[in-house]
Design a protein around this ligand. Structure first.
Ligand code: IMP
Length: 427
């Protein structure tokens, strides 16, 4: 069985949770490899409807070992809340593992995320304010506190003391807010440590052993490619890499061991937060998509900006991830539209371009060049075989395949597991 990296191919919220939940039924291991509780992976299955922020979406599969990888930043309070909620719904989380190398989101990260956003004023990124950026910044600045630190209370106190000195100086001198209490944070994190200790350990060996046993291993990405700090619409990005490459760095698995990279695309584009979205629809079609698809942020509840499928951005995403397979989700949202558009190029200063610019100032000047396709104007959420889809829906998928130069294996026509069409097998 292969190792498959499951990657958000656009600006996040593409439906990775559903696809992971579906594939995990055959998996030996599922590892979340990036982001933090800024993510919200929606899963609807026989256990109920869940919005997972940190627990891998494979948790519902009794045979899969779920790992929160070293590339994730963990808010322990959120994780414990999520574990409790899952347990209340009879989902077993006892076997879930947390990499001892994963960094922790601390109270000052959350505070600073909000203060930094306010200081940016009109240039705010529109972060989720979950402390994710500041936590990854501390990881790079060598100021982070890791899950493994929770297992040694004395060392934790020493580490926290020196880091908090630094943070309290910033909080009081730069932002003019009250300092945080060492004792309070220490006591709170010791309690988290006691609760999470059975889950925290070295996880690269377990992962390697699963690969050696030829089990199906899923690397679960968070956010989307165009929010990547290197390749996304910088600085309107997140702070860890949602790319397939991030799947190696965030788990400790070698790049040579990844067999397939599955790109998850929504049939249209959405974005939550600020930053360019070339195909954004600020009209009634955009509103219609938002309301039909209930496009509101899973983590923050903010309305998502909606737009037509952007094949320029999608082609870029395919190139830098090396997608070998693709899934197209939410195709059913188009059921009532008479005509569909796909952006096949950009017009920049009167010239046509077919690449995704690195500069947001340039991207903001790009006007989408659209190709129009007929809609199918019939419900498809009950369809399970590709051949049973209306001709226009198949034409839409075929055109996407051409434009992104990647086969579409899976099409999702609803939130439930069974509302899935396997055009060609993934496994
Ligand atoms: P942060 O990751 O909270 O720092 O937010 C940075 C940007 O990434 C903001 O535009 C967020 O809206 C966006 N973002 C973060 N996580 C997600 C996600 O899971 N889905 C979609 N957008 C996200």
């Amino acid at each position: 069985m292969p190792v498959i990296a499951v990657i958000g191919a656009q600006w996040g919220d593409e439906g990775k949770g559903k696809v992971i939940d579906l594939l995990a039924q055959k998996a030996g291991v599922v590892v979340r490899f990036s982001g933090g509780d800024n993510a919200g992976h929606t899963v609807v299955n026989p256990y109920g409807e869940f919005r997972l922020h940190l627990v891998p979406s494979g948790i519902f599969s009794p045979h899969a070992v779920c790992i929160i990888g070293n590339g994730v930043v963990i808010n322990p309070a959120v994780l414990i809340g999520e574990i409790d909620q899952l347990n209340q719904c009879s989902v077993d989380t006892t076997g879930m593992l947390i990499s001892d190398r994963a960094h922790l989101v601390m109270p000052y990260h959350i505070l600073l995320d909000g203060l930094e956003e306010e200081a940016r004023g009109g240039k705010a990124i529109g972060t989720t304010r979950k402390g994710i950026g500041p936590a990854f910044a501390d990881k790079a600045a060598r100021l982070g506190i890791r899950a493994g630190d929770l297992l040694d209370k004395e060392a934790l106190l020493e580490r926290l003391r020196s880091v908090l000195d630094n943070k309290n100086t910033i909080l009081t001198k730069i932002y003019g807010v009250s300092p945080l209490s060492l004792e309070e944070i220490y006591r709170q994190y010791c309690q988290y440590g006691e609760r999470l200790a059975p889950h925290i350990r070295e996880t690269t060996i377990i992962l390697q052993e699963a690969v050696d046993r030829d089990e199906l291993v899923l690397l679960e990405g968070a956010q989307g490619t165009l929010l990547d700090p290197d390749f996304g619409t910088y600085p309107y990005t997140t702070s860890s890499s949602p790319l397939a490459g991030g799947g190696c760095l965030g788990t400790g698995l070698s790049p040579t061991r990844i067999n397939h990279v599955l790109g998850i695309f929504k049939a249209y584009c959405t974005r939550v937060g600020e930053g360019p979205l070339p195909t954004e629809l600020k009209d009634e079609t955009g509103d219609l998509i938002r309301e039909r698809a209930h496009e509101y942020g899973t983590t923050t509840g903010r309305p998502r900006r909606c737009g037509w499928f952007d094949a320029v951005a999608a082609g870029f995403s395919t190139r830098i991830n090396g997608f070998t397979q693709a899934a197209v989700t939410r195709l059913d949202i188009f059921d009532i539209l008479p005509r569909l558009k796909i952006c096949v190029g950009y017009k920049l200063n009167g010239e046509s371009i077919d690449y995704f610019p690195s500069s947001i100032a340039t991207l903001a000047k790009c006007q989408p060049i659209y190709e129009e396709l007929p809609g199918w104007q019939a419900p498809i959420d009950h369809i399970r075989e590709y051949e049973d889809l209306p001709l226009e829906a198949r034409q839409y998928i075929a055109r996407l395949e051409e434009l992104i130069s990647c086969p579409v294996n899976l099409i999702s026509v609803g939130m439930r597991r069974e509302q899935t069409i396997f055009k060609t097998p993934i496994l």
